[in-house]
Design a protein around this ligand. Structure first.
Ligand code: NAD
Ligand code: UFG
Length: 336
């Protein structure tokens, strides 16, 4: 089967690409490289042991998408392309709605025109907003504290409307919790352009000496040690969750929202300590003010993924920290 991955050279896309290519599928990566590097294509080819197709393009370019879907006989799309920095979305909401929502409409129009009716969408636990109860299941109400979060809700809703209007569509919205860690080969991992927004790449860069210290955003939350609790899911588990979702779409119709998380929360201080213990490197930090919009705790009820997809996360926090650290060292070697 031929699978198009929008955002395929990004952090999550590159890992999903490897996981599905290793199941024997043909993969076509489609990315405008706004937050990734074309060198990832070579790394993926190295890992899977065969060449692959990369198209440099924007998801708002409906015509190029149509040509790509047609030329490669694409059967399913995994739609990961999008802007994802919460703070930036507060400053530039139109960019977020334009890129994420308009981009998805453009993709769906191209798919409709080319008769492609199966899509996996990268949604996020951010659609639950301020949790009313924990752990979060898929029946929890949706709300958002940023234009980024609202763009995910808008996209989920528009995808549901499309599925209702035409029952031949099969749509899975995967609500990721906190993806972290690197590929088993340590050739790929989270390597954001500029200053990392997320905790794990930031910790890793401090441990490597690339940054002086980590700012811990608040130690006065209603949690055991006062810092934020999150559900960190190993990127390899997340990638395998996509492979399971692709199989599920082969035999299902309609719109489905499914959490991809572990159900096990860790605090920021626990993350720092775990990383220090695995790497042997120090992670200096200082406590600063809460980051606007951050919730105290966010973790998944992952039962639906188990029952519907037959998937559950297998890897632990130690493996997340270890792979992140080894990836950072590989990266440093490569840049020497
Ligand atoms: P990423 O930035 O590494 O990857 C996204 C990719 O999309 C990048 O390669 C970027 O160049 C590309 N892109 C952006 N706009 C595009 C456009 N208009 N046309 C073509 N390509 C475009 O981010 P990621 O962490 O791999 O995230 C992938 C998806 O998962 C995103 O939709 C993100 O919102 C979602 N998500 C991520 C997290 C997380 O913590 N990483 C959590 C929940 C959901
Ligand atoms: N944190 C710090 N210092 C930092 C970065 C983060 O203390 O420099 C803290 C945050 O306050 C939070 C935790 O580390 O308590 C995790 O923060 P991240 O930014 O790594 O992740 P978030 O949970 O805020 O958000 C992430 C993605 C969103 C996604 C969400 C889904 O960035 O895109 O997970 O749960 F929607």
């Amino acid at each position: 089967m031929s699978i198009l991955l929008t955002g395929g050279t990004g952090y999550i896309g590159s890992h999903v690409a490897v996981a599905v290519a290793q199941l024997g599928h043909e993969i076509v990566l489609y990315d405008n490289l706004s937050n990734s590097d074309e060198a990832v294509v070579t790394q993926i080819a190295q890992i899977i042991g065969r060449p692959l197709t990369f198209i440099r393009g924007d998801i708002r370019d409906t015509q190029l998408l149509q040509l790509t879907l047609r030329a490669h006989g694409v059967a399913v799309v995994v739609h990961l392309a999008g802007l994802k920095a919460v703070g930036e979305s507060l400053v530039s909401p139109l960019d977020y709605y334009g890129n994420n929502v308009q981009g998805t409409i453009s993709l769906m129009q191209a798919m409709k025109a080319e008769g492609v009716r199966k899509i996996v969408f990268s949604s996020s636990a951010t659609v639950y907003g301020q949790p009313k109860y924990l752990p979060l299941d898929e029946a929890h109400s949706l709300s958002a504290t940023s234009p980024y979060g609202r763009s995910k809700i808008h996209i989920e809703e528009l995808l549901r409307d499309v599925a209702v209007s035409d029952p031949s569509w099969s749509i899975a919205c995967l609500r990721y919790f906190n993806p972290a860690g690197a590929h088993d080969t340590f050739l790929m991992g989270d390597n954001p352009k500029g200053t990392p927004n997320n905790l794990m790449p930031f910790i890793a860069q401090v441990a490597m000496g690339k940054r002086a210290r980590l700012e811990v955003f608040g130690d006065d939350f209603e949690t055991e040690d006062g810092t934020g609790l999150r559900d960190y899911i190993h990127i390899m588990d997340l990638a395998e969750g996509h492979a399971a979702a692709l199989e599920f779409l082969g035999s299902s119709q309609g719109w489905h929202a499914i959490n991809l998380g572990t159900g096990q929360p860790y605090s920021v201080l626990q993350m720092i300590r775990s990383f220090e213990s695995v790497s042997g490197a120090a992670v200096p930090f200082e406590i600063s003010a809460r980051r606007p919009g951050d919730v105290a705790a966010c973790y998944a009820n992952a039962n639906k993924a188990k029952s519907v997809l037959g998937w559950a996360a297998k890897r632990n926090l130690r493996e997340i920290c270890e792979s992140t650290w080894r990836f950072q060292q590989t990266l440093a070697q490569r840049l020497k």
